[in-house]
Design a protein around this ligand. Structure first.
Ligand code: EPU
Length: 305
């Protein structure tokens, strides 16, 4: 064990997630610099998982081996003028450079207040910047890839990389970056009317509040919206019409508000959620002939980070 590991790695640490269930991390650290992250990646031979906001994550009850890192120390946000800061920036645009550990909701509120448009459609999505970019978070009002101009990070082998948006294979709920560690993202934001941007953010948040169980313990949508005959259809609508609303395993149940949400009452465990996920999938497969793929990220002990 190196001096760095002895100093900053904790053992058997709880992994806070929005579901509020699941096991611990054998090893856990909060590196304060990209260099420290690199040293940890090397020491754990790439068997490293990044914990973001924990808002889209289910950890199985047995917990996970390897190392879990939080990049909350890498949360600096800087404004950089549009010119000379990478490719893809629109003229007149402002480049905002955010550390992977920065809070996305905070960044949205701050940029909207400054009259910078581009992120307001992501209002109400709990995430760190790195987590949101890695899975290209989004919904009816846009996805985060639309505002990205460059992504920096480390490969699993510990080498630094930088990619422009064009070099990043963004897709529906994917970035092609799940095998690397994002450390910093540049966004291209468009100066606009702060009042109009605030109104749009309010509208986005209000739409979520009426259609989603915001106050309960959940990880947002559990399944991706599947492609049916070439078009994306709402998994929530399919699950609902298959009759799954109110289905329950232990403390986990399918939300009566939005059927693509699983909510967990206190005292539940990750296995309740995993079993319910299987049961919902089976019901939708039998009822609609569609196989749903999880959107929630599941961490399992028998899989490397
Ligand atoms: N619907 C039902 N029953 C339900 C849920 C939805 O009939 O239980 C119907 C709605 O009435 C609506 C349609 O299905 O007509 C679409 O529903 P919604 O507007 O909620 O959109 P969605 O496709 O189900 C997507 C994202 C959400 C995002 C919303 C709004 C995915 C998997 N889901 O949901 O993202 O918040 O759009 O922008 O892409 C998430 O990623 O965690 C998430 C919740």
């Amino acid at each position: 064990m190196s001096a760095l590991t002895r100093e900053i790695v904790r053992t058997k640490a709880p992994i806070p997630t929005w579901f509020g269930v699941g096991g611990r991390a054998d090893h856990y650290a909060e590196p304060e610099t990209v260099e420290a992250l690199g040293a940890l990646v090397e020491e754990f031979r790439g068997d490293v998982r990044v914990l973001g906001e924990g808002a889209n994550l289910l950890v199985e009850d047995a917990g996970v081996g390897g190392l879990v890192v939080s990049l909350k120390a890498l949360r600096a946000v800087r404004r950089i003028t549009g010119s000379g800061s990478g490719s893809g920036a629109d003229s007149g645009a402002m480049i905002v450079r955010a550390g992977a550990g920065a809070s996305l909701p905070r960044l949205i509120v701050d940029t909207v207040r400054e009259g910078l448009g581009g992120l307001e459609g992501l209002g109400g999505i709990p995430a760190t910047v790195g987590g949101a970019v890695r899975m290209n978070a989004g919904g009816a009002f846009g996805e985060i890839a639309d505002a990205v101009v460059a992504v920096r990070g480390l490969t699993r082998a510990g080498r630094m990389f930088e990619r422009s948006r064009e070099e990043t294979p963004f897709a529906y709920r994917g970035s092609g970056l799940s095998d690397s560690f994002i450390t910093e993202v540049d966004f291209s934001l468009t100066p606009g009317d702060a009042v109009a941007l605030r109104d749009r953010l309010k509208h986005v948040m209000a739409a979520k509040k009426t259609s989603q169980p915001m106050a309960e313990r959940s990880a947002g949508c559990v399944f991706k919206n599947p492609l049916v005959d070439g078009a994306r259809v709402s998994a929530g609508r399919l699950i609902d019409s298959a009759g799954a609303k109110g289905m329950r395993v232990g403390a986990a149940s399918v939300s009566a508000v939005h059927a693509n949400f699983i909510v967990v009452e206190p005292g539940g465990c990750a296995q309740d959620v995993l079993t319910l996920i299987d049961e919902v999938r089976a019901l939708v497969r039998d009822g609609h002939g569609v196989t749903l793929e999880p959107e929630v990220v599941v961490w399992r002990r028998d899989e490397e980070g």
